[in-house]
Design a protein around this ligand. Sequence first.
Ligand SMILES: Cc1cc2nc3c(=O)[nH]c(=O)nc-3n(C[C@H](O)[C@H](O)[C@H](O)COP(=O)(O)OP(=O)(O)OC[C@H]3O[C@@H](n4cnc5c(N)ncnc54)[C@H](O)[C@@H]3O)c2cc1C
Length: 518
Amino acid sequence: MRTTTGADRAEIREELSRAAYDLLVIGGGILGTSVTWMAAQAGLRVAMVDAGDFAGATSSASSKLVHGGLRYLQTGNVRLVAENHRERRALAADIAPHLVKPLTFLVPIYKGGPHGAAKLGAGVFLYSALSVFGDGMGKVITPHQALSKVPALRTEGLRAAAVYGDHQMNDSRVAVMTVRAAVDAGAVVLNHAEVVGLRKTGGTGTVTGAELRDRLDGTEFGVSARLVLNATGPWVDHLRRMEDPGAAPSIRLSKGAHLVLRRHEPWKAALTTPIDKYRVSFAIPWEDHLLLGTTDEAYEGDPGAVGVTEADIAQILDEAGHAVRDSQLRREDITYAFAGLRVLPGGPGQVTAAKRETVLTRGAGGMLSVAGGKWTTYRHIGRHVLDTLAHLPGQPLGDDLADILPAVPLPGVASPDAVAMRLWTDRDPGARMDPLVARHLATHYGSIAFDLARLIREDPALGERIHPDGPDIWAQAVYARDREWAATVDDVVRRRTTLTVRGLDTPDVRGRIEELLG
Ligand SMILES: Cc1cc2nc3c(=O)[nH]c(=O)nc-3n(C[C@H](O)[C@H](O)[C@H](O)COP(=O)(O)OP(=O)(O)OC[C@H]3O[C@@H](n4cnc5c(N)ncnc54)[C@H](O)[C@@H]3O)c2cc1C
């Protein structure tokens, strides 16, 4: 596999400049990565570039849920929920059982709350029926039963709780594994490479590639392609204006912020707390911490400048406080805060709001732009976009696309329990991997954890923890640099490992990783 260290980046740039691609994908969030993966599987010559890190924007700022979308039931969108459930279960069972794990959710029902027990009970029953009861049957439980699952649950005024099942993941790690799957299928990818202009052909102004600038060393280069896909999420209209300065807006943005807090007790379930008739507040056990969110507020600034404000923090803690005790909501327990931008169909431009809330537009120069959608359905969106590209007027991709296999798993697919057990028992009793570290590697790398174990065998110092309070080890940082395109300290601490979310990316840790990256 290619790495992105030093000479290799130069080599990839050279390859990108030299070859003529069938498809250039601009944007390496989960949407661009999915289309790249699908296009490579269909036999196309495909390149993908991202201005920052892969999944460095919205795709690492989600609520980390792989879900059917309970709230869609409120709008009567039963078919959408059933489809989302199908995709959720495919990810958890076949595509990424090593990375996507089941999670029970409770909806606490308080006296005077926006929804009653009968309505919520019926809602979670229907929700579970739409996934053919694959995660058990949605039901209503007593406050006492709810408290046994979530010890920090507020019980004053609690009448009951509705229960349902969904899944969760570490979005950054699933994204990097999907980039790897795309590269394994033949794609050429480069992060930290920003598109600064589009290549246009002759008088027609057809978009046939892009001009780029390597953000790490300033090198300028170009890529030529028969078709260009704009998958830049919140920046989608910025790229559309590169194609046509008069392009009308096609989307609106809404900011969603989250907080990560140290958790004081184990939680066996997450909370979905109704705030009003439409909004909910999530409190989700994640990476041994508690993930709280999210806000939903119109955003009109520079997408690159989105961040968490004091008002966001206050709102998230306040809303979580409907159902979570104050002792679990202390500001000093916040380890990380992040914000992302939802892309919503809107704006006066010509828009076709396609399935799954994605916005697909085709510009004057023939560039297809896509934004929106859900993490959960990323494979489905990828296939849908590829299908659209394949059937564009004049069929610029030709008609020789291979059929895509229905269920290609992500790299490292394995039972995480089996991997953890092997990691733990494989070595001499005196030198065994800590069970917590073994579990962490198994659930973030699957069988690729054995490659990390090999690195540790060669250099036992790589088995040491990067920070004593977290399970990430040095072998992960080396692997991130050599095999996962990590080129900056943030790539390693925020997205390849869990150091930042746990609040463990201290100046010392950052300095040592900087040294490792050279
Ligand atoms: C707050 C929030 C919570 C969410 N929670 C969930 C959830 O729990 N479950 C779920 O299923 N979905 C969830 N979603 C939805 C999901 O996260 C998004 O649909 C998905 O991440 C969008 O991915 P994307 O690839 O379109 O965008 P992005 O991830 O933003 O990717 C766009 C990329 O384009 C790159 N780019 C921009 N300009 C250029 C340029 N000039 N040159 C090169 N590259 C460029 C950017 O660097 C960026 O990496 C959530 C969304 C938000 C905002």
